[in-house]
Design a binder for this molecule. Structure first.
Ligand code: IFM
Length: 737
């Protein structure tokens, strides 16, 4: 079944990875794929989108809310938990079609089995709601106790973030209300538990948790089920009375009943899949991996809010500070643009909303305009630490220049706004802040650039490109090209505004004090900006000035120099820093973005040159190599990279540490990359000036690729069928309702 992810036995080693692999979510919150009896020690998390907190001088990170699904089982005085008792059978299943997590666990006792069956979902029809159905059966008569409630002792990396715990209950509900430490934002969780059997029930309270102890005599072979309706609210929600509304959601859900909540949730999932499903025929593993990647994108999509974006690790925890990186604009946005443009608009709105943070950052460094945060949180302030890695030998934090020098972030933001504008044709996006952001980004680059009199050109110096192993380099081809693109976009934006909206244009220019001279400077800057070009002989583009002089050794050689597997490869002393080994696609990313501007020979030469020198140490890398190989017509080169990117969260084979810092979690950029590789790569979908073209090259094992796209309100169904004997493809593009 290409809609299910399954694990058929319990393995303690997989607990952390399964938390990512079996994750559920609804854009408001993500719930790690953990079992009901787990606690913070097993990294249970109900991770909230867009609510951050700082504890002391530690990193600011997102909040994990109290866990309203916590449930343990005691049979005849003995605890039945996978953690303390090896089960005889265990399955954990994620149904990605319906966004539901299921587990079935059995233990053998002397006279029969004890079985737990549980399923839970984070509702798509009400993003505050989590529903859990928990069933126990014993094959022999016994005394059962279910302890279930809200576990407020949550997992934090740099916490604790919640304080002022208020625990409440009455006959019907239990509730835990807290405040965040830094900004005193309320976080409230309410739970209502229904059951269809008689039992004694008492309430147990500890410092941070409220539990119900449900005690009953169980008849042999009878199923006993509890239904939990858990509601989560925070002070970020636009509501007058959080506590009352939180409770109200749980009450209404309980009145609705489990099945009705479930069917409303499934209806929403069906609507999502109706436009976004991709059919691959010929290879079931690829079908599942791609659907799973799309599922991962859906569960983190801020459908309900235009104030939020998507963190680099989705809603799988606090890794990377729950911050928004360029991952969203460059790797995830295309999926949303093609399947749910309203989400794409929400994502770019987040950048428009956080422009002030970007202005402040530019100002802090002595520049003008908008320098977006490398790691952006709620107001666009930069959460990126000066010390992103820890030296594994000395335990000392190591200075990295990600925050200061990855200036390509502002270009990613402008690019995203422009792509969204082109795709949707929505002038409002430019008028309502988009143009302002683009102009401020262009202004930033003008103030950042150096004019070299002797060469009569502008250069972009002292930056970090996508390849983070080589810090503070000059003329990074990707960065310079993206700066050029920003200028191009800014000038085009001005033309559009001057042409169609002259009054608004004047207002904007005067609001941000953008003078005529400044516009002329941008034109000159664009004309004279140096962007590294392909070498005439080899066609290879030097990644940055001086790259060609670095040691040209193999990846294996660099690996063999590691003294510790967790050692950081980049920065001042990393094993890769003095070599040509790069972390992730850099020049190749540039060629893929501007594919119309470079010849096939140039693309091929650079792919062949850089691929063996790329560690793919970032999950953002493989998809770009897949895309460029498709572009040069080589689906078979692309295929292993597609497999890598689409399986990243299924296999869990990704970097878990940068130095000694945990960086595990889900990988939405790679998930977006999987969609791009399949649709834009193998499918060869191009949309230019509102016209769809297909230039497909399916991998050998695929005989069909079919998908939908939404373009300016119209839905198109694209079906590519490949004859496995001749290899020829037949393509149909149908407008559907
Ligand atoms: O944005 C990326 C970066 O390019 C490589 N390191 C991890 C970041 C978050 O995914």
């Amino acid at each position: 079944m290409a809609w299910r992810v399954k694990e058929e036995r319990f393995n303690k080693e997989n607990i952390v990875n399964n938390g990512n692999k079996f994750i559920t979510g609804n854009g408001y919150m993500g719930f790690r794929g953990t079992l009901e009896e787990y606690t913070k020690n097993e990294l249970v998390a109900c991770n909230i989108s867009g609510l951050y907190d700082r504890q002391g001088d530690k990193w600011r990170e997102p909040i994990n809310a109290p866990i309203g699904t916590f449930t343990t089982l005691i049979v005849d005085g003995e605890e039945y938990s996978v953690l303390s008792k090896e089960p005889t059978q265990h399955t954990q299943v994620l149904d990605i079609k319906e966004g539901i997590h299921r587990r079935n666990t059995e233990w053998d006792r002397e006279k029969g089995k004890v079985i737990i069956k549980a399923e839970r979902f984070l509702s798509l029809s009400n993003v505050h709601l989590i529903c859990l159905k928990y069933t126990v059966l014993s094959e022999e008569t016994c005394e059962i106790e279910i302890n279930t409630g809200i576990d407020g002792d949550v997992w934090d990396i740099n916490g604790p973030h919640l304080e002022n715990y208020k625990l409440e209950n009455d006959d019907e509900y239990i509730k835990v209300s807290t405040l965040t430490q830094e900004l005193k934002v309320p976080v409230v969780v309410a739970e209502i538990c229904k059951r269809d059997f008689e039992a004694e029930e008492t309430i147990l309270k500890t410092e941070k948790s409220v539990l119900r102890n449900i005690k009953f005599k169980a008849d042999a072979g009878v199923e006993y089920t509890i239904y939990k309706y858990v509601s989560v609210y925070t002070g970020n929600d636009e509501t007058k009375n959080i506590e009352a509304e939180c409770l109200d959601v749980a009450v209404k859900a309980a009145e609705n009943g489990y099945d009705k909540n479930y069917s409303e949730h499934v209806t929403k999932w069906n609507e999502r899949w109706e436009v976004s499903d991709v059919i691959i025929e010929g290879n079931d593993d690829d079908q599942l991996a791609l659907r799973y990647s799309i599922y991962q994108l859906h569960i983190i999509a801020p459908v309900h809010s235009n104030k939020l974006s998507i963190p680099a690790r989705g809603l799988s925890g606090q890794t990377y500070k729950g911050a928004i990186f360029w991952d969203t604009e460059m790797f995830m946005l295309p999926f949303f643009l093609h399947t749910s443009p309203e989400v794409a608009i929400n994502l770019v709105n987040y950048r428009i909303r956080t422009l002030q943070g970007a202005r402040e950052k530019a100002n802090y460094y002595g520049f003008k305009g908008a320098f977006y945060a490398w790691e952006s949180q709620e107001d666009g302030q930069d959460a990126c630490s000066d010390f992103n890695v820890t030296d594994v030998f000395t335990g000392r934090p190591v200075k990295t220049y990600f925050k200061d020098k990855q200036v390509h972030i502002s270009a990613a933001v402008s690019h995203a706004i422009w792509e969204t504008y082109k795709f949707t044709g929505d002038d409002d996006l430019l008028l309502n802040g988009g143009a302002e952001v683009i102009l401020e980004c262009a202004r930033f680059y003008y103030s950042y650039a150096y004019f070299k009199e002797d060469k009569d050109r502008y250069e972009i110096l002292d930056v970090i490109g996508p390849d983070e192993y080589h810090e503070r380099v000059n003329n990074n081809a990707y960065t310079s090209k993206m700066v050029y693109n920003t200028l191009d976009i800014a000038l085009k934006t001005l033309e559009i505004l001057q042409d169609k909206y002259p009054e608004e244009c004047l207002k904007l220019l005067s609001k941000i004090k953008f003078s005529k001279e400044e516009i002329l400077s941008l034109i000159k800057f664009k004309e004279k900006l140096y962007v590294p070009m392909p070498d005439k002989k080899t066609l290879v583009i030097e990644q940055f000035s001086g790259y060609n002089q670095l040691e040209d050794c193999t990846l294996e050689e660099v690996k063999s120099r590691l003294l510790d597997p967790k050692e950081y490869w980049g920065g001042g002393h990393g094993v890769a820093s003095t070599t040509k080994i790069i972390k992730q696609a850099d020049v190749v990313l540039m060629l893929n973005l501007f594919k119309n501007e470079y010849s096939k020979e140039v693309k091929r030469a650079n792919w062949e040159y850089y691929e063996p020198r790329t560690e793919h140490g970032s999950s953002l890398s493989p998809c770009i190599y897949a895309l460029l190989s498709c572009d040069i017509g080589n689906a078979e080169w692309a295929y292993p990279f597609f497999v890598k990117t689409s399986n990243v969260d299924l296999t869990g084979e990704s970097k878990q540490f940068a130095g000694s810092i945990y960086i595990g979690g889900t990988h939405p950029a790679a998930n977006g990359g999987a969609w791009m590789s399949a649709i834009l790569g193998f499918g060869g979908l191009k949309i230019q000036e509102g016209k769809i073209t297909i230039d497909s090259k399916l991998p050998n094992s695929w005989n069909r690729l079919a998908f939908k796209v939404i373009l300016r309100g119209e839905k198109y169904f694209i079906d590519i069928n490949r004859d496995s004997n001749t290899g020829d493809s037949k393509v149909s593009i149908l407008k559907t309702s």
